[in-house]
Design a protein around this ligand. Structure first.
Ligand code: ADP
Length: 284
């Protein structure tokens, strides 16, 4: 219901967008900085994704990410401003000036307190709890796909691999451009993706947050990862990761998907840890 209204709502005119400098290279084409003038005259800084391939099937894939984002509204999810559906097609999103969390963690590593790092994890977890409630799997949870809006606010982005899960309750992936080192065993073995496999990936993303965005399992080849996981090996505790956070991660990495905690449960636990950490930092 409301499908048509929804896409009308997000259709914007090219005249309302001023294209600025290039921010980076996306999978489909350049991503530019720019300014969007809303119908009420408000000027909003935006990121504009472009698509260099004009063939119908590529454009459809490119626009599918925006199609999913249209229905999302959460303080810790990248906000879609609008879509220009005539050539050249553009996806216009809110701009997050500090860029990718992965790079930000490296640049700011000595400035970031443990409570701030836990706060980022709480925020990503709340975004994922929201998706879990919508029966949506993200499938690509990693610090490279989280953007920093301000020093105390991050936003989950990159819905390029996201899917609504159908009645069979999982999405069977057909493509093989998959992030093996972040993936749950059942995703690697059977390309099975559920909210529980997202929980596993979230655990790996938290590990990245506390490891200054080092690559998980950087010491292994992709092909070795599943062998290690099957034999019970897991990512080690990063030096500065609080033990109670690491203990949650080991539960996210339970081999059996059904025994992993839900995102709503994790959000509560992480929020408690955040508040305790904040109190301790105040006292010292
Ligand atoms: P794709 O998912 O199509 O490969 P990305 O999302 O990785 O594209 O975007 C490419 C680059 O543009 C990245 O370096 C990313 O940091 C930047 N970028 C994308 N969206 C935004 C945004 N909303 N605000 C700021 N930078 C962004």
């Amino acid at each position: 219901e409301g499908g048509a209204d929804c896409s009308e709502k997000h259709k914007i005119s090219r005249d309302s967008v001023v294209l600025g400098r290039i921010l980076g290279e996306g999978f489909f084409g350049e991503v530019h900085k720019g300014v969007y003038k809303s119908p009420t005259g408000e000027r909003i800084n935006v990121a504009i994704k472009t698509c260099k391939d004009f063939s119908a099937d590529v454009k459809e894939k490119f626009l599918s990410e925006a199609g999913l984002m249209k229905n999302l509204d959460h303080p810790h999810i990248v906000r879609l401003i609008g879509v220009i559906e005539v050539d050249p097609v553009w996806i216009v999103m809110e701009l997050y000036e500090h860029g990718e969390l992965g790079n930000y963690l490296v640049e700011q590593q000595y400035m970031l307190t443990n409570s701030t790092l836990i706060l980022y994890c709480v925020q990503i977890c709340k975004a994922l709890a929201y998706l879990e409630g919508l029966s949506m799997v993200h499938r690509d949870i990693a610090v490279r796909n989280v953007l920093v809006a301000s020093p105390d606010c991050v936003k989950l982005g990159d819905f390029g691999l996201s899917r609504y899960i159908d009645e069979q309750e999982y999405y069977k992936a057909s493509v093989s451009r998959l992030p093996i080192k972040w993936m749950a065993p059942e995703s690697i073995n059977f390309r099975r993706f559920t909210s529980a496999s997202d929980v596993w990936m979230f655990g790996v993303c938290v590990w990245e947050v506390f490891s200054q965005a080092q690559q998980p399992f950087f010491w292994l080849e992709n092909g070795q990862v599943i062998i290690q996981l099957e034999s019970g090996v897991r990512l080690p505790k990063p030096q500065h990761c609080p033990p109670n956070v690491y203990s949650l991660l080991t539960r996210c990495w339970a081999y059996e998907p059904a025994t992993r905690p839900s995102f709503s449960h994790l959000a509560c636990s992480l929020n408690d840890i955040y508040r305790t950490e904040l109190e301790q930092e105040k006292d010292t």
